[in-house]
Design a protein around this ligand. Structure first.
Ligand SMILES: Nc1ncnc2c1ncn2[C@@H]1O[C@H](COP(=O)(O)OP(=O)(O)OP(=O)(O)O)[C@@H](O)[C@H]1O
Length: 247
């Protein structure tokens, strides 16, 4: 389980020695339970990716806490087996000189340095993301956007975490490829019995994949609602966001 309590985050503005700070997240508290698919939605600049980095322990909050199974997210032990991530920029997520096989081996060998990785494991991972074994020897520049993102997803599931955090992971894919990747995520969720934290500005994509969405505005949680009650949102901002999609 992930527990986020009263998180605050600000950044210095105007250079290294500037005193002024911009508040990016304020009073963020929520829980994510195993198996759940939680959408975090909001407009550009609302603080979604900053929150994602705090959940991954890449950055620390100024105040408040982010804990996986009770341990602070910035402890590697807390994250191991708990969470992995897929980002928007699939081209730079895979080392340009790594074959797909090497890219998939990396998280497995990091987790278990001494174990020899069974090559059937690589084939199985590829198969699960809809790619055949001929992809093992391809380099990132030989992959389409959808294929590269499938490899990133295979990397994320390789260590079988409880949760995958997806930050705008389908946003730069073409419409039909987006739906294919969302369908893939749905099937992997069942196969691996895991959940997602799905960060996006796209309410439709969030509604397709998630059980619950949290609407973030100017670094605060505006409203959290179950997807099947999305039409019942209360806050004027959430209503406006929805109307823009429904129009
Ligand atoms: N490392 C940083 N240093 C300074 N300011 C930052 C930093 N990271 C983010 N910000 C600022 O924090 C605010 C929120 O950014 P963030 O990327 O979290 O928003 P977002 O909702 O993910 O937006 P987008 O959908 O456009 O990626 C922005 O104003 C951004 O300029």
């Amino acid at each position: 389980m992930l527990t986020v309590e009263r998180v605050e985050k600000s950044y210095r503005t105007g250079g290294l020695f500037a005193r002024r700070r911009k508040q990016v997240l304020s009073g963020i508290s929520f829980e994510w339970k195993a198996g759940e698919c939680l959408g975090i939605i909001g407009e550009s600049g609302s603080g979604k990716s900053t929150l994602g980095r705090l959940l991954l322990g890449i950055e620390r909050p100024d105040r408040g806490s982010v804990r996986w199974e009770g341990r602070p997210a910035d402890e590697r032990r807390a994250r191991r087996g708990s969470v992995s991530a897929v980002f928007q920029d699939y081209t730079s997520s895979i080392h340009p000189f790594f074959t797909v096989e090497k890219a998939l081996m990396e998280p497995l060998t990091l987790r278990n340095k001494r174990a020899a990785i069974d090559s059937r494991r690589i084939d199985r991972l590829l198969e699960q993301v809809g790619l055949d074994s001929s992809y093992r020897n391809k380099y990132p520049h030989e992959l389409s956007g959808g294929e590269a993102q499938r490899v990133c997803i295979a990397r994320a599931v390789a260590t079988e975490p409880r949760c995958i955090l997806l930050d705008e992971a389908v946003s730069s894919l073409d419409g039909s490829v987006q739906v294919q990747v969302l369908d893939l995520l749905r099937s992997l969720k069942t196969a691996y019995d895991m959940g997602y934290i799905f960060i996006t500005h796209d309410i439709q994509a969030a509604a397709y994949l998630c059980d619950r969405v949290m609407i973030v505005r100017d670094g605060r949680i505006e409203e959290t609602v179950d997807v099947d009650r999305l039409r019942d949102v209360q806050s004027p901002y959430a209503k406006k966001l929805l109307d823009m999609v429904m129009a």
